[in-house]
Design a protein around this ligand. Structure first.
Ligand code: ADP
Length: 454
């Protein structure tokens, strides 16, 4: 993509005092922005070339713990540095923060300046390069669903996240009236993102109390992942600025619908023709698309860990909730894991497995790897499934929990070949750490159920 904010323009804005701060960010394993706030004058003179960070940033969890078992870094290796190299094509204004611009970085080895292979941006870039070798471009869109709550996260944390009150009192799916009441957050979110060069299509109410969805126009996979990450970050910051909170937890309450991040995918030639379209096919699908979708189906269990990375992610997969439970494809049917959408050159496959908690770089890289494997193996696509797929006893289940998904990832010859053993083992360790941490915690559920009666 071209920079929303050319470097020369930034220099002028800094000189005239309009911009005084530049956020220099990497994307971590959880899909969060981590980095430093530079004084803009330092950034334009020196740090635009590179800065440094501790290498534990790509070997930690949501709590910033330092788990053992990662080959890339440890207490034994002394937790050294990575180079953060700003990708100036991502330079943009961050208009929801006063006087601020931002840039995303590639993460490089400190000594040799080689890309760090388990960095999410680098993993996605490698799969994009594999497509590039076939003169192919992936266009993707990741929907962002999330809940808005009364009070900021800091206020809620002080109350241990109890008695959470969603911003609305009823299911607000497509509701204009209720979502008008949420414009205090959603209007600045849409407008600031557009001003930051992110093509927001719309926002809409979703099918639960306090649930919103933000849609961004599809783009090449790397731009899509960058946009998703910045939009998610901006939603949290703008909600906080207005005294509310935005949560992308996949399932915040067992009686509420969860939040998804559906991923729309299509392949194009590098001269801009859809490689998924075939006007004579019954469903409008080309052979390439059929093989790609067959790859998604064959390898759905292998890649689920990248679509549902936490223990909590699996609580979303409930029958009758619009979140899938089965590995099946269908024509415009929201009960399947994969849904055929659009027609003509808009034809695309939507993966409905991913939760709002996914890391878009890892999710898209895994989806591309699975689809490419389908093309390379020239897989046959079975006929679509129809009706209520929750009740389909023939279709395979999506892994039921993180333990099963992490074992499927560990055993995936496809992903080991596409990503490399080092990358797969890094993310298997991350998943196992999530399980170890969860397994040692005594939950509220156990206390309430057993305190007196066990
Ligand atoms: P729905 O409401 O049925 O989920 P939308 O019409 O809102 O579908 O589209 C969902 C997303 O799909 C949008 O973000 C859009 O930009 C994206 N999209 C449209 N065409 C393509 C395509 N060819 N490839 C990938 N994504 C696409």
């Amino acid at each position: 993509m071209t920079a929303n904010l050319p470097f020369e323009t930034l220099k002028t804005l800094v000189k005239e005092g309009t911009i005084d701060t530049v956020l220099v960010c990497l994307v971590d394993m959880q899909g969060r922005l981590m980095g430093k706030r530079f004084h803009a004058s330092n950034f334009v003179e020196h740090s635009w070339q590179e800065t440094h960070c501790c290498d534990y940033l790509l070997a930690t969890d949501l709590e910033m713990a330092t788990p053992d078992g990662f080959a890339s870094t440890s207490w034994e290796s002394g937790y050294g540095d990575y180079v953060m190299r700003p990708d100036l094509t991502t330079l943009r204004l961050a208009p929801w923060l006063p006087g601020t611009a931002m840039v995303l970085c590639d993460v490089l080895d400190h000594h040799h300046h080689a890309a760090v292979s388990h960095s999410p941006r680098s993993i996605l870039k490698s799969q994009i390069e594999r497509l590039g070798a076939r003169n192919t471009v992936a266009n993707m869109a990741t929907e962002l669903e999330f809940f808005l709550f009364e009070k900021t996260c800091d206020q809620l944390r002080r109350k241990s996240f109890r008695k959470l009150k969603p911003i609305s009192g009823y299911n607000e799916d497509y509701h204009i009236l209720q979502t008008s009441k949420e414009e205090i957050i959603m209007r600045p979110l849409r407008n600031h993102l557009v001003a930051a060069g992110i093509e927001v299509e719309n926002s809409k109410g979703e099918a639960e109390t306090g649930q919103e969805e933000l849609n961004i126009r599809y783009a090449d996979a790397l731009t899509c992942a960058d946009n998703h990450t910045i939009a998610k970050h901006a939603a949290k910051e703008i909600a906080w600025q207005q005294g509310f909170s935005a949560s992308f937890l996949a399932k915040w309450h067992q009686d509420k619908v969860g939040s998804a991040s559906h991923v729309h995918q299509s392949l194009w030639s590098d001269s801009g023709e859809s490689l998924f379209r075939d006007s004579v096919d019954r469903y409008g699908m080309s052979t390439t698309m059929r093989q790609y979708v067959a790859g998604l189906l064959k390898y759905a269990s292998d890649i689920t860990c990248f679509l549902a990375p936490y223990v909590n992610s699996y609580k979303r997969f409930c029958e009758g909730s619009f979140a899938p439970t089965k590995i099946a494809w269908s024509v415009d049917n929201r009960t399947a894991g994969f849904r055929l959408c659009g027609d003509g050159s808009a034809i695309r496959i939507e993966c409905r497995i991913g939760g709002a908690d996914l890391n878009p770089y890892l999710a898209q890289a895994a989806l591309i790897a699975a689809g490419l494997a389908g093309i390379e193996e020239e897989l046959e696509l079975a006929p679509p499934t129809s009706g209520n797929i929750y009740a389909d006893t023939e279709a395979r289940d999506i892994p039921r929990n993180l333990r099963d998904a992490s074992e499927a990832l560990n055993g995936s010859a496809m992903l080991r070949s596409a990503f490399g053993d080092e990358v797969v083992e890094h993310y298997v360790r991350a998943a196992r750490w999530e399980l170890e941490e969860f397994d040692r915690v005594v939950t509220d559920y156990e206390l309430m159920r057993g305190f007196e009666r066990a």
